[in-house]
Ligand binder design. Structure first.
Ligand SMILES: [Zn+2]
Length: 372
């Protein structure tokens, strides 16, 4: 099943990629010379259109922590036979690079609502083309290092297993001044995903000089390809995964770098992946397991304040009455980062662990997705 899926992707990639780049080339030749990028409309914004995941649909608590390994002989979309000099052939790392929005029209029924998610479009530039251009370079750079790489469209193989999965996107904003890059992991982040995130963040900043954009969206963290607890065509629970927004297509400077210095952009991502693979402990299976948290409620009958940062003096994001469900997805220094729903309001913030207690109350009925 998995083998045939991958082989099918391999064939389609080999056929479609060259066609795609020819089309891109043709498209850029036929562009009008007076195209005014700065006044172009943004037909779609990543933060609004491409992902739909609300924290109410967090993974159910699971006791299963089985880490399975994939046979290394499975055919890949693009593979190399060059072994890493210091790594036994049997443990060659495998990396999945996803071209954001590529072939969304072919998404399976479970993701049908994303079939029209084309990403940012600025003038004659589409996010998918930029994503593909960079992703192809990342693939080549990783292959030069002896990594096995799968180049993946929007639809990824069910329960996709790899040593790292990186989804490549470019951002859009209504303001041309907004710039910078950002990365996100899924809501419940394994240590490995966090390490992959940190490594790419560091190397990308060094390679590109682009500023870090801290405005990580709910939609990035709920990216569909991470949501293994909800869909079939996603990464496996234990695949370290990040989504990268390389910069803003709507910002002239970010756009110029993505279009004119694609190797530089790609190398930032590649170096981050290589750093993660170099620094991780491949035997640390625990690092691959996302944390599980029990639903909490206020310890006090008065309720509890959810704060913007893990700091007693931080501003309040919402007040959670005693009956509100408080759903942790991260833990740090005696604090939980949590989702809270109060009436129609939904918020993310931090609460001190000592101010909440576990509750076995049934989970409320999930609300419709955030973007509906
Ligand atoms: Zn995108």
């Amino acid at each position: 099943m998995r083998r045939s899926t991958i082989q099918r992707y391999g064939v389609s990639l080999m056929i479609v990629l060259p066609i795609m780049f020819v089309l891109i080339a043709l498209g850029s030749q036929s562009q009008t010379s007076d195209a005014d990028i700065s006044s172009s409309t943004i037909s779609s914004n990543d933060t609004q259109s491409e992902v739909t995941e609300w924290p109410n649909e967090l993974p159910p608590t699971s006791t299963s922590e089985v880490v399975t390994s994939e046979p290394s002989a499975v055919a890949t979309a693009i593979s190399t036979s060059t072994p890493l000099p210091t790594t036994p052939k049997a443990s060659l790392p495998r990396v999945g690079i996803q071209v954001g929005h590529w072939q969304t029209e072919a998404l399976p029924d479970e993701l049908a609502r994303l079939r029209t998610s084309v990403g940012a479009i600025v003038g004659e530039y589409t996010e998918t083309e930029v994503n593909a251009s960079i992703a192809q370079r990342v693939v080549a750079q990783l292959q030069n290092e002896g990594i096995i790489v799968d180049l993946l469209p929007a639809t990824i193989p069910p329960a996709y297993e790899a040593d790292a999965f990186v989804s490549i996107h470019a951002d859009g904003s209504t303001s041309t001044a907004t710039n910078g890059f950002k990365l996100a992991t899924s809501w419940r982040t394994s240590r490995a995903s966090q390490q992959l995130h940190d490594a790419i963040r560091n190397e990308y900043a060094t390679a590109t000089g682009l500023p870090w954009d801290p405005s990580i969206t709910v939609n990035m963290r709920g990216y569909y390809a991470f949501s293994y607890y909800r869909f079939t065509h996603t990464v496996a629970r234990t695949t370290p995964s990040v989504i990268v927004e390389m910069g803003f297509l709507t910002n002239p400077s970010d756009r110029a770098m993505m279009l004119n210095e694609p190797d530089r952009i790609a190398s930032g991502i590649t170096q981050g992946i290589l750093r993660y693979l170099r620094e991780r402990d491949p035997h640390d299976r625990e690092a691959l397991i996302p944390p599980e948290f029990k639903t909490q409620r206020s310890r006090s009958a008065e309720g509890v304040t959810i704060r913007s940062r893990p700091d007693e003096n931080a501003s309040s994001t919402i007040f959670a009455p005693a009956d509100a469900r408080i759903r942790p997805f991260e833990e740090r220094d005696g604090w939980y980062q949590v989702f809270v729903r109060v009436g129609e309001q939904r918020a993310i913030g931090w609460v001190q662990k000592e101010l909440v207690v576990e509750t076995n109350d049934p989970t409320p009925t999930p609300l419709p997705p955030l973007d509906s």
